[in-house]
Ligand binder design. Structure first.
Ligand code: NAD
Ligand code: ZN
Length: 347
């Protein structure tokens, strides 16, 4: 992908434009109430649109054009091929055509499902996302990855399908349950070390916009996740292991938060960063009200086993994204004994 541009387009309103390889652009607009400008940023108004959402979200858009709402069920188990099939059948029953538009209105589950369905229905229909969780606004809805789970694992089937536009309406976040908010904050925390700096000092819309810009720049440099994109997994190696280990009630973002503190401690043990940088990690993570320590009852050896199998890491034994003198880098071949000692520091 090509250039990424960041602009303030109004008071508290931001726009991140991503140039796509085929010459089209994907536009992300961030601000209060932007969902009401559904097709303003995609060039032309479609004839019809299919709105994919969840009944429980309680956020509406008014597309003005002829439309139909397609509800999908809540919960990761419904991020499935069964849902995609049912959705595509419902699109076909309604007679959705290639010149219509799919709108994904909801959290990351909804934008992943709507994006995937749009990418395969009629071999590809344009999609516009209206992400309504913090996590979806700063991560899931941006970057063009779509997908669903299989019984064998999460996100095993999917596609790259760039949305024509993403409308991050910060107004929709007002109804977000506390726990979902925290989940997004864990993801937000990682952007501090991806070039975001003191994001915690910015007003919400600008904060979301800066995260979108960072993600867009990383994705633009590396759309298919071979190198740079791995940096977006900062804090995720331990985070994923904690999630797999279960027997606690930490959500993804909270597990990533612990993973960030752990990664800082590990980087310090390797002499890559000083103690002040570790303190900064702890300050940011705890400043967002997120946990900095592992939940009790987790077996460090089991966590290490899970971390060495993490599908997101490159080959080379225990691999982590770590901070260092030149910022974040993928570091392979980390000594398991050091990892074990560092796990004790965050216990
Ligand atoms: N494609 C990607 O690059 C990418 C990146 C990160 C995560 N993801 C995926 O995103 C999903 C997680 O996304 P999520 O955390 O947004 O979860 P989610 O979509 O399941 O939403 C969480 C809950 O919040 C509710 N909700 C959504 N918006 C609301 C609002 N404004 N007010 C009140 N309730 C609201 C939903 O109904 C749901 O119950 C996972 O499936 C994950 O795999 C994808
Ligand atoms: Zn994540």
């Amino acid at each position: 992908m090509g250039e990424v541009e960041f602009a303030e387009i109004g008071s508290g309103e931001y726009c991140v434009t991503i140039e796509l390889p085929d010459g089209r652009t994907s536009t992300v607009v961030i601000g209060d109430g932007v969902r009401h400008r559904l097709f303003e940023f995609i060039g032309s108004r479609p004839r019809r649109c299919a709105i994919v959402t969840q009944a429980s979200i309680g956020v509406a858009v008014d597309p003005v054009v002829e439309h139909r709402v397609f509800h999908i069920a809540d919960g990761e188990s419904n991020k499935s091929m069964t849902t995609i099939e049912a959705l595509c059948e419902a699109f076909a029953d309604w007679g959705l055509t290639r010149s219509d538009v799919v709108v994904g209105l909801g959290g990351g589950l909804t934008t992943d499902v709507a994006g995937f369905a749009a990418s395969v229905y009629h071999r590809g229909v344009d999609v516009v996302h209206v992400p309504t969780t913090l996590l979806a606004q700063i991560d899931a809805a941006v970057g063009g990855k779509t997908g669903v789970n299989l019984p064998q694992g999460k996100n095993l089937v999917g596609s790259y399908w760039q949305p024509a536009a993403v409308l991050c309406d910060t107004e929709t976040l007002r109804t977000l349950p506390e726990r979902e908010w925290r989940c997004g904050l864990g993801e937000l925390a990682k952007y501090h070390w991806l070039g975001g700096g003191r994001l915690d000092e910015l007003p919400l819309a600008e904060r979301v916009a800066r995260c979108v810009e960072i993600k867009a720049r990383v994705v633009a440099a590396d759309e298919r996740e071979s190198g740079q994109r791995a940096l977006l997994n900062y804090g995720h190696t331990l985070g994923h292991a904690i999630e797999i280990a279960g027997s606690h009630d930490l959500r993804h973002g909270e597990a990533v938060a612990v993973g960030l503190v752990f990664a800082a401690e590990l980087a310090a043990s390797l002499g890559r960063i000083d103690s002040a940088a570790v303190v900064e990690h702890r300050r940011v993570v705890s400043g967002y009200g997120l946990p900095t320590n592992l939940p009790s009852g987790l077996d460090p050896d089991e966590l290490i086993r899970f971390m060495s199998r993490d599908k997101k890491v490159l080959d080379g034994g225990l691999t982590f994204v770590l901070d260092g003198p030149d910022g974040l880098e993928v570091v392979a071949g980390v000594d398991p004994a050091l990892v074990r000692r560092t796990l004790e520091v965050v216990t």
